[in-house]
Design a binder for this molecule. Structure first.
Ligand SMILES: Cc1ncc(COP(=O)(O)O)c(C=O)c1O
Length: 375
């Protein structure tokens, strides 16, 4: 099998038999012609039910992730919502206590009052996960590295617990993509992505995806839900995401290398109390991350010595970084995470989250050094 870098570079690029075009066209049509006998011989009838550009993206993602099928949604949250709604009413769900706040809010505010129970667990301890399981636990949701503390969860350990207890094991792979981590190898049943981040890669398109490791009634139901609820990914966004995927390997390799240099620099600074980056040997999940990830990712966070005021002053002083939320684009971002997570956040007010982009590492480090001194 080709190296992942090669599969990425060629993603959905088969020269068109009619025109020789290397890059597939975008199919914006919403409806498709029937034959005189009323059938749809080419397999498409209405774009919400199925669209050739979206299908190309779905097939590409399924293949890269090592799964068998994928459904692409209008955002990462639409994809997450589709997974959560597939859990039977009355079920109990385990969620990391450090997790993307949008997923926590979705479950707490939209599902908890309608018969889904939730327990937030420290997923760095397999014992805590096992002890939190109830007879009605229907899903374990994992995010590793976690957001925003970059905690590492043992995917293989969770896979064994989930399989032993017959619980759906879902991994949000947004921060890693299949280029860095492939959760199906550790027993995950479903992988969810926000395509808005590294897969799209240019901060210009929203998208989400759910990929399944195996055929299941649940995935059939989830596919039906995609059609019926209508939160499908549009053809242009599907096409843009495919374009992003072709450069994912080189982008992420550079971003991971820069992130390691930035984290190493930050660790030397007296203005910084702690750096959260699994690529640092001081990180408690470093060895586990080295085992289950191909590289340590391009997200990191750090806590300013001096609380919220100093954190805000650092963010206020940057010139190469941009103060903005999100991640995975070509430009490096810095954000005061607690203020975006809202009043119920448990994130320290001194924490700044950083998404490393494609700039030269020296420029980023100099920008941070100047901002730290000024703060
Ligand atoms: C880990 C993770 N999962 C899911 C999402 C939601 O994705 P979207 O913004 O595409 O809905 C995000 C967004 O920041 C995220 O970071």
């Amino acid at each position: 099998m080709a190296h992942l870098l090669t599969s990425l570079a060629h993603a959905a690029c088969n020269p068109d038999s009619e025109t020789g075009a290397l890059v597939p066209p975008i199919h914006p049509a919403t409806t498709y012609e029937r034959d005189p006998d009323g059938s749809y011989p080419k397999g498409y009838k209405y774009s919400r039910d199925g669209n050739p550009t979206r299908r190309q993206l779905e097939n590409t993602l399924a293949e890269l992730e090592g799964g068998i099928s994928c459904r692409a949604f209008s955002s990462g949250m639409a994809a997450s919502n589709a997974v959560i709604q597939s859990i039977p009413i009355g079920s109990h769900v385990l969620l990391p206590d450090d997790v993307y706040h949008g997923v926590r809010q979705l479950i707490n505010e939209q599902f908890q009052g309608r018969g889904i129970q939730v327990t937030a667990v420290d997923m760095t301890h397999l014992d805590d996960i096992e002890n939190a399981i109830r007879p009605n636990t229907g899903m374990i949701w994992v995010e590793t590295p976690s957001n925003p503390l970059l905690q590492i969860t043992d995917l293989s350990g969770v896979g064994q617990i989930a399989s032993k207890n017959d619980i759906l094991f879902v991994v949000d792979g947004t921060w890693t993509t299949p280029f860095l981590q492939r959760p199906f190898e550790y027993g995950a049943d479903l992988v969810v992505h926000s395509l808005t981040k590294y897969l799209g890669g240019h901060s210009d398109t929203l998208g989400g995806a759910v990929i399944t490791r195996a055929d299941s009634e649940r995935f059939e139901q989830l596919s039906k839900y995609q059609q019926q609820s209508g939160a499908v990914l549009d053809p242009f966004s599907s096409w843009l995401t495919l374009r992003g995927i072709r450069t994912l390997g080189v982008r992420l390799s550079h971003q991971c290398s820069t992130a390691r240099q930035v984290a190493t620099f930050l660790e030397t600074r007296s203005e910084v109390r702690v750096v959260h980056y699994p690529g640092l040997s001081s990180h408690p999940g470093h060895e586990l991350a080295a085992k289950q990830m191909d590289d340590f990712g391009a997200m990191l966070s750090f806590e300013a010595d001096g609380g919220q005021d100093r954190a805000m002053a650092i963010a206020a002083a940057v010139k190469v970084f941009t103060r903005a939320t999100s991640l995975g684009g070509t430009e490096s971002l810095i954000e005061h995470r607690a203020s975006i997570e809202g009043p119920e956040t448990k994130t320290s007010p001194s924490l700044l989250r950083v998404s490393i982009g494609l700039e030269h590492p020296k420029d980023l480090i100099e920008d941070l050094e100047r901002s730290l001194i000024k703060s």
